[in-house]
Design a protein. Structure first.
Lengths: 199, 221
């Protein structure tokens, strides 16, 4: 369903990668590996359509991206915390859902936060939470936003052992329901199966 | 449409949590416009003559104060990326942000202007025209400013560049906005000035979110 072919990217004069191609079907996931500066984040950004590729294309359900259907089916979590420090986790979740045009009621948002181990923190400003907890607030979006393709860039950063295990479970559940995922990480991932792409 | 309103609500809520940023611009407007009557002294004829220009220039600079922060925070913490990838059109979300900026940085100026105008010995009808002109003009300032804010996003020393970029574009609004009040004081018809302001506002409301969106996409690359 996701077909990537011939992607190339350069930064200035330096060619980061060329002719990267892969395809993903329901229930499959891809682990993108590479040393620092190999272009993992650049590949992720090309994939989701944040930056234009030098060459190549990304097709989603046969259509070239970026298209509305792709954006509707996609959740991208990047390096940034992408949460508002002055808002509470609950407000963050509900407002980001509202920006995506999804009505998220308080109960569902709260359930997602509890699943990610933020019980009792839902009404504190995100500012006072630790880096790992901020990351968990962001990850809660995986539960509240119905999407088929998860693109997670270094999603395991700043997470403790329990959270890494939890995220592994979430990804496995997602894949079992016919989802797809593209992940970058330097550590071995606690998710069975999956292919590896080395940049 | 719900995404548009959600953006407005979100930005207003954020401003509520960080009041100082909004109050800075409003206080700047109050202080600057109050310094002139104090500095020039009690000369009603002169004050009345310079009032429209002073109030408009102060409004222009006060709007400019808040502009660098319009997208910088969202860009810094990655929420702008999420907006760009959202199923809702980015242009709609950007329009929501611009409206929120006007509600926070423009509308207070419009509401304060009649009070501050009293210091310049403007009569009630001139104050009415001033308020009306600002009501048409300040959204225009926010719309034009948003394009500049998006173009200078992530640029080092972007604040100064933003002023250089945006202030020349504010000139038409300044001329017709201040001109309306001056014309009224001189006993002339003000319909033409206000119509031109309104026409510019309509034009900007249509094109500015689109141009801002294009600039933001470039900044995100």
């Amino acid at each position: 369903m996701l077909i990537v072919s011939g992607l190339a990217c350069s930064r200035g004069e330096r060619r980061l990668f060329a002719d990267v191609g892969f395809s993903l079907d329901a229930g499959e996931w891809l682990h993108v590996q590479g040393e620092n500066g190999a272009g993992k984040t650049s590949l992720m950004r090309l994939l989701v359509g944040l930056s234009p590729a030098d060459a190549g294309e990304v097709r989603w359900r046969g259509e070239p991206t970026p298209c509305l259907e792709f954006r509707r089916d996609l959740v991208y979590l990047g390096h940034h915390a992408a949460v508002k420090e002055d808002l509470t986790p609950l407000e963050n979740l509900r407002l980001s859902a509202a920006l995506d045009g999804i009505a998220l009621d308080e109960r569902d948002a709260l359930a997602a936060l509890i699943r990610l181990g933020l019980r009792g923190r839902e009404d504190l400003p995100v500012r006072v939470l630790s880096a790992g907890q901020k990351r968990r607030v962001l990850l809660a979006r995986l539960l509240t936003r119905p999407a088929v393709l998860w693109v997670l860039d270094e999603a395991f950063n700043a997470l403790d052992v329990a959270a890494v295990k939890l995220l592994g479970e979430l990804i496995a559940e997602h894949l079992a329901h016919g989802g797809m995922a593209v992940l970058t990480s330097h550590q071995p991932l606690p998710v069975p199966g999956g292919r590896t792409l080395v940049l | 449409m719900s995404a548009f309103l959600a953006t407005v609500r979100r930005d207003l809520l954020l401003a509520l949590r960080r009041k100082s940023e909004v109050l800075t611009a409003v206080f700047f407007f109050v202080i600057v416009t109050s310094l002139f009557p104090l500095g020039i002294g009690p000369e009603p004829v002169l004050l009345k003559k310079i009032a429209p220009g002073i109030l408009w220039v102060a409004a222009l600079l006060a709007t400019l104060l808040g502009l660098p922060r319009l997208f910088a925070a969202d860009h810094g913490d990655g929420t702008l990326e999420q907006m760009a990838l959202s199923p809702s059109p980015l242009g709609l979300l950007v329009a929501g942000k611009i409206l929120a900026h006007w509600l926070l940085c423009g509308l207070p100026l419009v509401l304060l202007a009649p009070v501050l105008g009293l210091q310049f010995d403007l009569d009630a009808s001139a104050l009415g025209i001033l308020t009306l002109a600002l009501l048409l003009g300040t959204p225009l300032l926010s719309l034009i400013g948003a394009i500049g804010a998006a173009l200078t996003l992530g640029v080092r020393g972007g604040g100064v560049l933003l002023a250089l970029l945006v202030l020349p574009l504010y000139i038409p609004a300044l001329i017709f906005g201040a001109g309306a009040v001056e014309a009224h004081i001189a006993g002339l018809e003000v319909g033409g000035h206000l119509s031109l302001l309104a026409a510019m506002l309509v034009l900007a409301a249509f094109f500015a979110p689109w141009a801002t969106t294009a600039a933001l996409r470039i900044a995100l690359e």
